[in-house]
Design a protein around this ligand. Sequence first.
Ligand SMILES: N[C@@H](Cc1c[nH]c[nH+]1)C(=O)O
Length: 409
Amino acid sequence: MQKYVLSQNKNSNVEDFQMREQLIATFINRFSTYGYKQVRTSTFEQYDLYSNITGTVNKDEMIKVIDTSGKVLVLRPDVTIPLARMNTATTNQRLFYVLDVFRQSIEQIDQKESTQAGVELFGDRSPEADAEVIVLAIHTLKDLGFKNFKIELGHAGFFKELIQQADLNQTQFETLQTYIHSKNLVEIEPFLKGLGLADDLRNAIQLIPMMYGNPADVINEARKIIRNASMQQVLQNIIDVYDVLEDYGVADSIVLNLGLINNMDYYSGIIFQGFLDSIGKPVLMGGRYDHLGKQFGDATPAIGFAFEVDYLVHALQQQGKAIVEIGPDFIIKYDKTKQKAALQTAYRLRNEGLQVLTYLIEDADTNSAKTAIVNYTEAEQQLITEKESYAFASADDLVSKCLTIKEGK
Ligand SMILES: N[C@@H](Cc1c[nH]c[nH+]1)C(=O)O
């Protein structure tokens, strides 16, 4: 019989799921320490929300559904856009989410859903805000135990300002963007020659893919191709943000990449991506998007990023990171005569936050090496741990002994 199971049924085994949950607990904890509050957005969105605004997800990549009234909806293809629509306030607002996003690219037809853990900071346009958000990404990667990672820092404006002077049509612009992003030096040269640009402009564009690496060096190189005040401003912005990152003490994790291009087109300022040495794709992506809100009314300055949770789970598994085993704290084995006392004791211990399993003695599985066993029968009232065997006098005595053991662990 055919099994109606999609091949991309991720995290369907207990270990994967536990690891994911532990990751998510780390996100929630770390994001909270920077003052972020958790939110969620609707799974179904109006298709029009995405089709009427610019700089959004590629329409072909969105997964459309039709509701019972015939209206076309999309499954949440992005979280930043709906949050930007909701946040037109000018006061600071720090939000985070752990949500599934749905996109289907031509290259990866099978992959339709992924979980993102992201933050968005609204209402602050300062370089300090940019740096704080980047530091939060770094802090979280460190929490997860990653040591070899890099944040590539760029700016949505640098490339755009330069390209504007070339007066390209949309197709030429996109082709060039792809070449620069993939550092395709072989193709880029003839392509630029074919456009008939002035020599100095062509040389400047050609240098962009090389503007990568040590921040001080890249900044020096970039100075040489600055052609107007806007580009100067963009470079100054990068320097300002980098200065704050140095003050945070995270400069080691930063490389500059002026050829960096993010998936979404809504970015207007600093952009960044995070890479682990073990995974070819970015595990996080983000940046400043000050103009997105304008399309919904007021423009609220904003910056944020999102982790790709599935990539992180994969990376942790590759490193052979085991999940922290959370077994039961106590197993209570009882016989019928002590059923009431045993079950009530289990209830009280669980109420104190302890993990307890109970077995009627005939079913008991005695092979739980590390778990403390409570034999609660007519004949025997013993608590047996790795270190001791304790005869308890009453249920109260047992509860307090269990709590003491748990505290001492
Ligand atoms: N929504 C972006 C990530 C992001 C969050 N905030 C800003 N950017 C993405 O899916 O790539």
